[in-house]
Design a protein around this ligand. Structure first.
Ligand code: PMP
Length: 359
């Protein structure tokens, strides 16, 4: 229960903020956490200890500087960012989404994204006082091209978000449809590749062809969700403008060093991502054999399922120690849907047992 704010303080806070729900983070104490698309593996103990020594040697009395620039360079090299593109860092891609809304806050501006989609696109628009236009996906969770093009024509959005793959549906979009949306866009298009480590395709090579397209990625799904590093890449002139609204020192020296360390050991993380992709295949197969469970293909480290009664299954799984995400009330298209994060083989076996018992 949140406490009531006294009137003299409440009148200082925006009405729309007061009636908003905070971004919900579920309490996972004592539960198998399969609700937030985290990499379940972590670093082997020897590497974790080495990272501890690296972090311990940092000059924490100084503002972040050189290590943050080094991280930006290392990320550009690791991503093989095309020639002529620039990159800026965020405290997770969540921060970048807020910064984009802030930089694009001109009178009448709007942000458009397919729905159901990642909640921060709408939230960033609301917080910045911009209009948000959600365009429903098809019932099979594909882009509704005609509806997207009609909404673009009608609203002329300043920013279009395309999460590729999408959260929570785990789907990639048809590349030809993306191209037609990019061509039709009167403003910016942000291709959000948060799930790139698990995806079979990327937009990155097409970036230089479209100066109004930005690519957003994060190290969260790579294996550093606790560290908070996201990046936005695109034409230098555009990144230079958005970078002006970034708070100075938004990436701490601890984050930067941990990010650099992870990139030096990228093979370790890439091997983990390969294991997760393999497990995803096994999990999808097992789920598709379960009576009463509907699945969709996944290009991410999550699987969307539909069950007969999502609330009851969610509660039952939680009682059995497994926390997943009940997305069934986020959007009418997600009725009775749960989002399952792909874990280790043991995690997934426990999750499947719990799910089976609750059907
Ligand atoms: N984009 C998408 C599509 C996501 O699903 C998420 C987080 N789940 C994010 C961005 C934010 O990632 P982060 O802030 O951890 O970088």
């Amino acid at each position: 229960m949140t406490q009531q704010l006294p009137d003299h303080l409440a009148r200082l806070i925006r009405q729309d903020v007061q009636s908003m729900q905070a971004y919900a983070v579920q309490d996972a104490t004592g539960l198998l956490k399969l609700d937030a698309m985290e990499n379940p593996y972590g670093l082997p103990p020897a590497l974790q200890a080495e990272l501890g020594r690296r972090l311990g040697a940092l000059p924490l009395n100084r503002y972040p500087g050189e290590r943050v620039h080094a991280l930006a360079d290392a990320l550009a090299a690791h991503a093989k960012l095309p020639e002529g593109c620039a990159l800026m860092l965020g405290n997770g891609s969540d921060e970048l989404i807020s910064l984009i809304a802030m930089a694009c806050d001109v009178p009448g501006a709007s942000i458009l994204a397919p729905q159901p989609g990642f909640v921060m696109y709408a939230m960033s628009a609301q917080l910045q006082g911009l209009r948000f236009i959600g365009v429903d996906l098809t019932p099979e969770f594909d882009l509704d091209e005609a509806a997207m093009l009609a909404a673009i024509e009608e609203h002329r959005p300043s920013v279009i978000y395309l999460a590729y793959p999408n959260n929570p549906t785990a789907r990639l979009w048809d590349d030809a449809v993306i191209e037609r949306i990019v061509q039709a866009a009167p403003g910016l298009v942000v291709i959000d590749e948060a799930y790139q480590p698990f995806s079979s395709r990327s937009y990155i090579d097409r970036l230089p062809r479209h100066p109004h397209v930005l690519l957003m990625r994060t190290l969260s799904k790579f294996g550093l969700a606790g560290v908070r590093i996201g990046y936005l890449a695109g034409a230098q002139a555009l990144i230079a403008q958005i970078d002006k609204v970034r708070p100075p020192y938004n990436v701490s020296v601890l984050n930067a060093e941990a990010g650099l360390f992870a990139l030096e050991h990228a093979q370790e993380y890439e091997a983990q991502a390969a294991r997760i992709r393999e497990e995803r295949g096994r999990l999808l197969e097992a789920l598709s054999r379960m009576a009463g469970v509907r699945t969709w293909p996944s290009d991410a480290n999550m699987i969307l399922v539909r069950v007969p009664d999502a609330d009851a299954v969610f509660r039952g799984m939680k009682q059995r120690g497994v926390l997943v995400k009940n997305v069934s009330r986020l959007h009418p298209l997600l009725a009775n849907c749960l989002r399952l994060t792909v874990g280790t083989p043991d995690d997934n076996a426990q999750m499947l047992r719990a799910l089976q018992e609750c059907l």
